[in-house]
Design a protein around this ligand. Structure first.
Ligand code: G4P
Length: 291
């Protein structure tokens, strides 16, 4: 399966972000806890070098608890400050304030030594489309937030949200893109629903998903859909179609409809909390690509 991306405004967005990043102290990158590396932008390390870095493992309500903890440790071992959040319910969102203070401790100390007291920390939220940036900002900033307006000379033309006396947030989320060239990344992002459906073959995609489930979460689909196990992904799909009464005219099985149901169930957490990539595996892959 080949994935096409939407590279349209990338260069412009990247240039804008290069400018914006100069103004901020800490970059908060949202990733999807189910695919923490595939949903991570490859350019951000370069864009945000010399800045404090926070990774928010968002949508952790949809990811395996065990693997999310492992990912947290993995990112921490790489020097990131990490928090688990469910932006939709608000769970874990408040704790991000503390993480920001921790991530900016050195800056605060530096300021203090220079006699600069109480200069707010400036933060920016970045992430690939659909990772939950807007939901997070709404939850994090809440309704009570005040727009501080322009600050001549420093933040020309930019809107800042004053979260409290310690933190200001750059209003617009930075939209970045995932790794374009990697088809495995494409497949994982398609599973979570971050690639437009029109360009995908749903039946093929769901069969890939079934294959993945059979290898990593054996028995889970069978339990969810109350079907007999089959090693064959098409046969599994047919059994699910049959179980769910997905039929075309003439009583033929409508596997395409069943495929849509499976993917929708997965994306909404109805099959269970399923992480699609794992720290130890990805690390090896990363090392391999570097070599
Ligand atoms: P973006 O700005 O990064 O593009 O993403 P946005 O906030 O629009 O969120 C994309 C989708 O992800 C939304 O769902 C949103 O509700 C959902 N979402 C964000 N954070 C979380 C989370 O922590 N957990 C879960 N389960 N979902 C989250 P949608 O289908 O577009 O809308 P709706 O379901 O809210 O109606």
């Amino acid at each position: 399966m080949h994935f096409q991306w939407y590279p349209g405004h990338m260069t412009k967005a990247k240039r804008q972000m290069q400018e914006d990043i100069k103004l901020i102290d800490v970059v908060i990158e949202l990733v999807d806890a189910r695919v923490p590396l595939s949903s991570k932008n490859p350019d951000i390390d370069e864009l945000a070098k010399n800045k404090s870095r926070i990774i928010l493992l968002n949508k952790y309500d949809l990811a395996s608890q065990k693997y999310t903890e492992e990912w947290k440790k993995w990112f921490e071992s790489k020097g990131y400050f990490v928090a688990l959040v469910n932006s939709k319910s608000g769970s874990g969102v408040k704790a991000v304030h503390e993480v920001i203070q921790k991530a900016c401790k050195e800056k605060i100390e530096r300021d203090r030594k220079r006699g600069i007291l109480n200069r707010p920390i400036r933060a920016m939220i970045v992430g690939i489309p659909n990772v939950g940036k807007s939901t997070f900002i709404n939850s994090f900033a809440g309704k009570a937030c005040a727009k501080t307006g322009n600050k001549p000379g420093v933040t020309k033309g930019k809107q800042w949200i004053k979260l409290n006396k310690n933190v200001e947030l750059l209003d617009t989320p930075g939209i970045l893109w995932p790794k374009f060239e990697d088809q495995t990344v494409g497949l994982r992002l398609a599973f979570i629903g971050s690639i437009k459906e029109e360009i995908l073959n749903i039946t093929e995609l769901s069969m890939e998903f079934i294959k993945f489930m059979h290898s990593k979460y054996s028995g889970m689909l069978e339990k969810k859909y109350e079907i007999e196990k089959s090693e064959d992904s098409l046969e599994t799909l047919q059994r699910i179609a049959d179980r769910r009464g997905c039929k075309l005219k003439g009583n033929e099985l409508d596997v395409n409809k069943a495929a849509g149901i499976i993917l929708d169930d997965y994306r909404n957490g109805r099959i269970g909390r399923i992480t699609l990539e794992f720290p130890e595996i990805t690390e090896t892959v990363l090392e391999d690509t570097k070599a």
